[in-house]
Unconditional design. Structure first.
Lengths: 197, 197
DNA sequence: ATTCTCATATAGACACTGTCAATATAATTG
DNA sequence: CAATTATATTGACAGTGTCTATATGAGAAT
């Protein structure tokens, strides 16, 4: 109990993070301003600087946490699976797409290079881990294909990201976006299965 | 010559557009502010409102012009081609990818739903035309495939957009991004050829 | 205990931003 | 020439991030 309220406000860093995430979900990244977050947290607009050196640092922390969550979700679902590379790749793909549609603002933040620090070491590290999961499965899938595993991994991730991002932009909503009840996202993944089944 | 200088400043709307585009290329969308654009154009900060009702309208106009240029580029290159659907699809894909890497800030603006009016009728119209080019070729490519032409079109566009967007985010730069000299983007397209060759 | 030091919080200032209202001026129309 | 409309200016307002000076809390050193 010695560490319960380490300072004036308490665990302000955590509070700022939580408040910022709530604002991100509700209003998008543009709603995550230092002053609004400080207000929600009940502190002055100058307080956050002690925990996040600027707005970019705060948003980068949010983004990193999302990549962490995505990776954790992937690993959890992979652990419950057998060794069929095709099924494992499909799980990774589904996890990514689900995350994007479930948390649109969080997902968009991940790729907003103007808002977050794209050179952040921890951020890149988590991204590498996710990329690694894909590569691992593709290398197991079947050796001796026309392209190397990196090309398949990049292509699949590109397709997933592109579909989610364009849909979230709200400028890409094909009229007939379902095929016999299933969303086209599912078909996109099915189509890509050609390469790993 | 009666319309040469229709008003005080001259063709301010055009000047604003050009200045804004220059700022977009140089500083990104965040550098395209009403006040900065007005300053570059040599007018007061209140002048632009007569030609673009707000910042969003200005950015939307920029975006629309880019979609127009992209479509025109595609059509020009298609016109020089024979009837081989595979080659025509590849031309469309290359045109899109080239545009993204050549004008990164313009490309990113196209999908920034928080900056432009994604419901703008003209904008959607141009997008539909581009989408239509893809669908047309896929429908000619070969009937009776596993998926409908829309799925192929969406999948290809998703893959192209995803690859370009992730690369432009500067957070997705696989270590080994060339295959025997050719950029991976080329391999991505080659990989997708499976579906139309 | 008292002092020292550092971490943290506050308050104010500055230069930006978009947008609006009031005003002025230019061009067109009647 | 008068009236109207389109355009441009200016000033204001509420925001924004970030910086500086100042104040305060908390733990360590003496």
């Amino acid at each position: 109990m010695t560490q319960l309220k380490p300072f004036h406000h308490g665990d302000l860093k955590r509070v700022l993070f939580d408040v910022a995430l709530a604002r991100l979900d509700e209003h998008g990244a543009s709603g995550v301003t230092i002053r609004a977050v400080a207000k929600d947290a009940g502190v002055s607009h100058g307080a956050p600087v002690n925990h996040y050196k600027d707005r970019r640092a705060l948003l980068t922390a949010l983004a990193k946490a999302q990549f962490d969550a995505l990776l954790a979700g992937i690993d959890t679902r992979l652990a419950e699976l057998d060794d069929d590379p095709g099924a494992r790749i499909e799980i990774i793909a589904s996890a990514m797409m689900d995350f994007g549609f479930r948390y649109p603002h969080r997902y968009r933040l991940l790729w907003s290079a103007d808002l977050i620090d794209h050179a952040d070491a921890e951020l890149l590290s988590v991204m590498d881990s996710i990329y690694d999961r894909l590569c691992t499965e593709f290398s197991k899938a079947s050796p001796g294909r026309e392209f190397d595993k990196d090309t398949y991994a990049v292509a699949l991730w590109s397709m997933l990201h592109g579909y989610v991002d364009m849909r979230l932009s709200r400028m890409f909503e094909p009229l007939n976006d379902s095929i016999s009840g299933a969303p086209r996202g599912k078909a996109i993944i099915d189509l890509f299965k050609v390469f790993f089944e």
